[in-house]
Design a protein around this ligand. Structure first.
Ligand code: PRP
Length: 210
């Protein structure tokens, strides 16, 4: 039995599209059901629906053999997993954003305050530039940081850019591109090698053909 942890939310539909194209029946998962564990037409595959930021934990501990999550989540969690495939969907970028006249860095007198859902990525990014910032961890709508004066800038994902534009903010610095990735538990890759490889190779062929 292979268990796949799927991030609920914006990535789920794209992931299900791909998995259906390689012959896994995902119909049950598309409804409005509140169920959290689903079996498929293939008795050897089941899904667990988890919060995006929890995918790496389920895969690290082997509760799920495979996980599908955004690179942002993987970087933030930094858990020991094998990242096997860039699934290409969910493309966006991680960026420092704020008011156009506000430099993201180099503020001398007071320490820059950064609001973010990604405290680890933020700490590592500014540390790599030799900057010591104060990080305020928020759980959503981080654009409110500069708007309300809670923070100077934010670190967040930018997809269409609409949220920034509609709130009068701009990208100040690009951190890195993001997309959905397939990750595998390190032990499962050895003990369930054939089943996992079949799924990965199916997805790889599909992506290369597109
Ligand atoms: C994400 C992100 C930005 C927005 C970017 O938030 O945190 O706020 O989407 O998308 P855009 O560039 O297409 O506008 P999400 O919708 O996940 O909600 P949240 O702020 O509550 O986390």
């Amino acid at each position: 039995m292979i268990t796949i942890a799927l991030a609920k939310g914006r990535l789920a539909d794209h992931a299900l599209d791909l998995l259906e194209k390689i012959g896994i029946d995902c119909k049950q998962l598309r409804g409005k059901s509140r169920k959290l564990i689903f079996t498929t037409n293939n008795d050897s595959i089941r899904f667990i629906m988890v919060k995006p930021s929890d995918v790496p934990a389920y895969v690290e501990y082997g509760t799920a053999d495979i996980g599908i999550a955004g690179k942002d989540t993987l970087l933030e969690e930094a858990r020991p997993l094998y990242e096997m495939l860039d699934l290409k969907f969910g493309a966006c970028r991680l960026a420092v954003a704020g008011f156009a006249n506000r430099k993201a860095s180099g503020i001398t007198n007071t320490q820059t305050r950064v609001a973010t859902k990604y405290p680890n990525i933020t700490r590592n990014y500014f540390a790599s530039k030799g900057e010591n910032v104060e990080i305020i961890k928020l759980n959503g709508s981080v654009e409110l940081g500069p708007l309300t004066g809670l923070s100077d800038v934010i670190v967040d994902i930018v997809e269409s850019g609409r949220t920034l534009v509609e709130n009068g903010l701009v990208v100040l610095e690009e951190i890195c591109p993001i997309s959905a990735r397939l990750v595998v538990n390190q032990v499962s890759l050895k003990t369930k090698h054939n089943e996992i490889k079949r799924i990965i190779n199916g997805l790889k062929d599909l992506l290369e053909g597109e």
